[in-house]
Design a protein around this ligand. Structure first.
Ligand SMILES: [Zn+2]
Length: 109
């Protein structure tokens, strides 16, 4: 999956330019969770969410341009693979400078 850095539209593999903006698409794989972790960002714990909440919150924050880092608790990461969900929930982190904005967004929801 590739996406346009300008309009954020997602494209299927094989498409290299956004038809609307005429800009190079970014390969989603180019920014893995590992890359995000390795960036010099001061991550602050936002809250622990359930699996289903996590998707909603993550989408909400990303729409606002706030990067999100997910960390599953305990053996949750392993359970996720076998059972499709985690009983431990997911810790969501945002850059500390975005923490207040992220919290405000959650309150508005
Ligand atoms: Zn575009």
């Amino acid at each position: 999956m590739s996406w346009c850095s300008k309009c954020k539209a997602e494209y299927i593999d094989g498409v290299t330019r956004c038809g609307d903006c005429d800009v190079e698409l970014i390969d989603e794989k180019s920014e893995t969770e590992e890359d995000i972790v390795n960036k010099p960002v001061d991550w602050a714990l936002l809250k622990n969410f359930s699996e289903s909440e996590t998707y909603v919150i993550e989408t909400l924050l990303k729409e606002e341009g706030i990067p999100v880092l997910k960390r599953r608790r305990g053996v949750g990461g392993y359970l996720k693979v076998s059972a499709g969900m985690s009983i431990f929930g997911v810790d969501l982190y945002v850059p500390s400078e975005e923490l207040n904005r992220a919290k405000e967004l959650l309150e508005k929801k």
